[in-house]
Design a protein around this ligand. Structure first.
Ligand SMILES: Cc1ncc(COP(=O)(O)O)c(C=O)c1O
Length: 459
């Protein structure tokens, strides 16, 4: 019998020996009926208003030979001692909660461990990781909405999500979306059709405009009409915990801050165990049947980065606040939720987990695409402040002109509705080098802009 090692503060347990189909341990948890023990449920961890406390309360997964890091279960398929066990696994009588695995498109132990970490991070009962953020979003929408279903969504969303809701889901599944200004709660309420609207979808901090959603109020008004709330928290892991504020489901593009390395594409769905289990159902599960599975080796890599996510977020946010404050002093039109003049500054302060700051992204509005491009050119090629690239959450500063890149799926009317100006430069603030060194690089690029022309708009 193999033993699963665990920290004294975690949940200890005996693991089924490799290829053994029965247990020696007469532990209640192992004899619980499947219906009593959701496959994906995690033990509620300490929260203390800080996701770091929740993460630290999680069972530490040791390696098979006592390694301090968990082992990678790099198997696509799993063996059993008796054919009868296979039948019982397929009926759902035996599952991952009892260490019975079928096939890695279904459950994989390493991916499941990462899911436990992400669930602890978001304070949800369960989570499962996917091959991309879009896989997480599309799978949730398909699971929650049947053909003919209706969605109410924020008009300001990542371009891919906007296109999914505007073009793909109506064409392929007859799932339609009404887009609203998420800060206009009356409009949101009016758009939700009781009995028909299955999902209210928004980003906690919107891409790219950095509008902050009032998660508690939006959740309440959706729940009053029997509508589920799905929140994309890609821009603010650790900073905001949407499920703790009332949302039902939280989705992530792990490719961003959670990864931090800009080397992996990945996503997660966090929510009630009942939802996650339904998504893995052999007959009706969007994750099981569409198959946007995360590879176990990728899950291992990501799992090693979650323990320092909090430290990274604090530094991304600290620098973003400092730069935004200094940019404002220079007369630059800067949007940052940490600034007092941001329309939702106080709302964000009231919802945020203390000590993490106000997010690692800021936007500079250069008014025209031409000026935006010139600024980015100087910031990259004259002074090495950052890299012209889409994505976010990397240790280097990344910058892109949203209207012509990650929001280019929106037509000009949709961009205007979303509040995306043609000269909006989104910056994901990195933490390499010293803050002063990087700031002097920023100033140098601004001087080059001013030398180039007098077009730079001081106000
Ligand atoms: C807010 C947001 N959600 C979801 C996604 C999609 O994530 P992925 O690229 O991992 O599929 C992105 C990608 O840019 C994003 O910015």
């Amino acid at each position: 019998m193999a033993e699963t090692r665990s920290c004294e503060f975690g949940i200890s347990g005996m693991k089924r020996a490799a290829a053994a189909d029965s247990f020696e341990v007469d532990d209640e948890i192992f004899v619980a009926k499947k219906s009593m023990l959701p496959t994906l449920a995690v033990a509620p961890a300490a929260w203390e208003n800080d996701p770091a406390a929740s993460l630290a309360g999680l069972r530490h997964e040791f390696g098979e030979h006592g390694g301090i890091n968990m082992s990678i279960e790099a198997s696509a398929t799993f063996t059993v001692m008796e054919p009868e066990t296979m039948r019982r696994m397929f009926t759902g009588e035996l599952g991952p909660d009892r260490d019975f695995f079928i096939y890695s498109r279904h459950f994989n132990p390493t991916v499941l461990n990462l899911g436990r970490q992400v669930a602890a991070l978001e304070g949800t009962e369960a989570a499962y990781c996917t091959a991309s953020g879009m896989a997480a979003i599309s799978s949730v929408m398909l699971q929650l909405c049947s053909s003919g279903g209706h969605v109410v969504a924020s008009a300001t969303l990542y371009g891919g999500t906007h296109a999914l809701l505007t073009h793909f889901l109506p064409r392929t599944c007859n799932i339609t979306t009404t887009f609203v200004d998420i800060t206009d709660h009356e409009a949101v309420k009016n758009a939700i059709v009781e009995g028909r609207t299955k999902v209210l979808f928004f980003e906690s901090i919107s891409n790219p405009t950095l509008t902050v959603a009032n998660i508690p109020e939006l959740s309440k008004l959706a729940h009053d009409k029997g509508t589920m709330v799905v929140v994309d928290n890609t821009f603010s892991p650790m900073v905001l915990s949407p499920a703790r504020l009332g949302a039902d489901v939280v989705v992530h593009s792990i490719s961003k801050f959670i990864s931090g390395g800009a080397d992996v594409i990945a996503g997660a769905v966090c929510g009630p165990a009942s939802l996650l289990n339904s998504m893995m159902d052999l007959h009706q599960g969007a994750l099981m049947l569409l198959g946007p599975t995360m590879n176990a080796k990728v899950a291992f890599e990501l799992s090693e980065r979650i323990p320092h996510l909090g430290l990274r977020m604090k530094e991304h946010c600290r620098r973003a606040l400092e730069y935004a404050t200094r940019m404002k002093k220079l007369g630059i039109r800067v949007v940052y939720p940490g600034l007092e003049d941001h329309p939702q500054h106080h709302l964000l302060k009231s919802m945020a987990n203390k000590g993490y700051g106000f997010g690692g992204l800021l936007c500079v509005d250069m008014e025209s695409e031409e000026k935006a491009n010139r600024l980015m050119h100087h910031l990259q090629n004259s002074s090495q402040f950052g890299l012209i690239a889409v994505s976010l959450g990397y240790y280097e500063t990344l910058m892109s002109c949203s209207g012509s890149s990650t929001s280019s799926e929106l037509n000009s009317e949709e961009k205007a509705l979303a509040g995306i100006s043609p000269g909006l430069v989104r910056m994901s603030i990195g933490y390499t080098g010293t803050l002063e060194q990087k700031w002097s690089q920023f100033e140098r690029a601004i001087s080059r802009m001013e030398v180039d022309s007098t077009l730079f708009n001081k106000n």
